[in-house]
Design a protein around this ligand. Sequence first.
Ligand code: SAM
Length: 283
Amino acid sequence: MELWFTEDQTPEMRISCRVKEVLYRGKSTYQEILVLDTFQFGRMLVLDDIIQTTERDEFVYHEMIVHPALVAHPKPERVLVVGGGDGGTVREVLKHTSVQEVVLAEIDEKVVEVARRFLPTISSGLDDPRVKVDIGDGIKHVKGVRGAYDVIIVDSTDPIGPAVGLFSEDFYRSVREALRPEGLLVAQTESPFFNSTLVQQVQRTVAGLFPVTTLHLASVPTYPGGLWSFTIGSKVVDPRNPGQERLEMAAGLETRYYSPEVQHQAFVLPPFVAELVQGGDAG
Ligand code: SAM
């Protein structure tokens, strides 16, 4: 008998993956956690029936949430990851040799535990001595600090449950306060096809708080529509133009999707996305 996992990506569209084996199924205080071994994507982490990450395509998302922002910063030393309990974002941050400390503020201890156990290639950075895992609400963590981080990365679940506040103006304001003078915020901001209103709202909110606001795109096969967006809010530097020295450093990063060329290309927006960013029709 064949076993399939199906995610309702929208009420009218589904993605199904054939499953070799169910490796873990459990419930935490916050969500239902599932780890599947799939034929197409290898091991897959699913939270509340929504695919979070898979062994085969995780590199796209994790490289693209991290490197455009960290390459743009002249010398990132202290980095905060909000959410991101699977560890993939932390692993990419650690590729930057200037980084002295990465704090992972993840609300769900169980996600970290499950990722360590079943997703070793993704969670591999969590035991690095530069990493501090802080279990608790990322919103509270950010509100409790001032001028502490060079880059804050919001690697959240969709805006449901405890992640709703991670997309709010109040939260982005506290992120601005928690950043050092040359700091940057980068957040995953969902699909420009299916979450166009959210993309537009976040762009507008971040632009009201940060002098430089950008959107970049990457192709993640298991996310709805395949095309995913990331919003950067920056106090000073422009990630579209990090300068020659930083791009030379970026050329030395060991990556499979990101490259210095991609740093430029990812910010070139198809007209329907550019229109969203400029405040046009969100469809
Ligand atoms: N790459 C993924 C995606 O876009 O689907 C996100 C992966 S990561 C597993 C998301 C994490 O955010 C989850 O483990 C969840 O527990 C965490 N999270 C949600 N709300 C949070 C909050 N308020 N503070 C800290 N972590 C939160």
